[in-house]
Design a protein around this ligand. Structure first.
Ligand code: CLF
Ligand code: SF4
Length: 297
């Protein structure tokens, strides 16, 4: 329900399957995988698969051009009447592929203006694109924020690539956290709703995420989604020689509980694929492959 949310925010989120626990039973979302490149490296990512910051890591989504994506949105919307939200969440970072991401938004605004647009980013390039995001009527942005302390960040991010230069270690993490906080403030100043995703990594940032929760709430994020690290050797998790474990369900819940009260916590995230289609928890992506859509005419 509305909980502690102010009414003007509740009006915007009540039909969004990710933002309202009830809405996820009635409203569908879809992702289009138009964004292959990334501008940072997370230790839990292996580039062959979907971005683990928003989408389920370790699955390979079918990459689309903006034109194919727009066509797919129309095909899905005419088949699934509850389709309300289109998100771009990978397989890399949408803002490391700005031409493809914004071309897709432009085409969808033109052909399916009722569909709400959503974007998920690591935040590095966010301050450069806030005006464009506002111009395309994107009213929901997700930023993945795993730390606000560069000492912690240096254990999560081996490098970031910014303005033609590669940064590593503390310097890389400091740059990333500064850009994430600035991007969050710029979005909330413009009235664009911001959700923050955090990946819980035991022994690395688990204790620190309470501090992240305070930092993002004070900058206007309206919802915090703490997701478990999904640890498997093929995902390229390289924290330790023997791999890095994910949290147990109890550890995750304990952390979410300790943040509750500070702000609204999301607990129904399904860590969707970068080409997910349908209600959360159902996956109809196989019904809408490019072959099938091109044959739909
Ligand atoms: Fe997609 Fe993400 Fe938009 Fe939702 S998913 S871009 S905010 S429309 Fe939702 Fe899926 Fe969790 Fe994402 S359940 S992975 S939070
Ligand atoms: Fe991988 Fe996503 Fe991190 Fe980029 S932001 S390195 S795609 S997990």
């Amino acid at each position: 329900g509305q909980g502690d949310l102010p009414t003007e925010i509740w009006e915007k989120v009540k039909n969004h399957p990710c933002y309202s626990e009830e809405a996820h039973h009635h409203y569908a979302r879809m992702h289009v995988a138009v964004a292959p490149a990334c501008n940072i490296q997370c230790n839990y990512c292996n580039r062959k698969y979907d971005c683990a910051n928003e989408s389920r890591p370790g699955v390979v989504s079918e990459k689309l051009t903006p034109e194919q994506a727009a066509k797919k949105v129309l095909a899905v919307a005419s088949t699934i009447p509850q389709m309300t939200v289109l998100g771009i969440a990978g397989p890399g970072d949408p803002l490391a592929n700005p031409e493809k991401t914004f071309k897709t938004f432009e085409l969808i605004n033109r052909t399916a203006p009722d569909i709400k647009l959503c974007l998920s980013t690591n935040g590095l390039a966010l301050p450069d694109h806030v005006d464009t995001i506002a111009g395309f009527n994107v009213d929901h942005v997700t930023i993945t924020i795993n730390m606000v302390d560069p000492e912690v960040g240096a254990k999560i991010y081996p490098w970031v690539f910014w303005k033609h230069k590669r940064y590593t270690g503390y310097e890389a993490a400091k740059l990333l956290t500064d850009r994430q906080m600035l991007g969050l403030e710029m979005l909330t100043e413009r009235g664009i709703l911001c959700k923050v995703n955090s990946v819980m990594i035991p022994g690395i940032n688990d204790k620190h995420l309470v501090e992240v929760n305070r930092a993002v709430k004070s900058r206007g994020a309206f919802l915090h989604n703490i997701m478990p690290l999904i640890s498997a050797p093929e995902h390229g998790t390289v924290f330790g020689l023997n791999g890095q474990r994910g949290p147990t369900a109890q550890e995750l819940k304990a952390l979410q509980d300790s943040c509750e009260g500070e702000m609204n916590m999301m607990r129904h995230c399904r860590q969707c694929r970068a080409d997910a289609v349908g209600l959360l928890g159902e996956d109809r992506s196989a019904e809408f492959t490019t072959d099938k859509i091109m044959a739909m005419e």
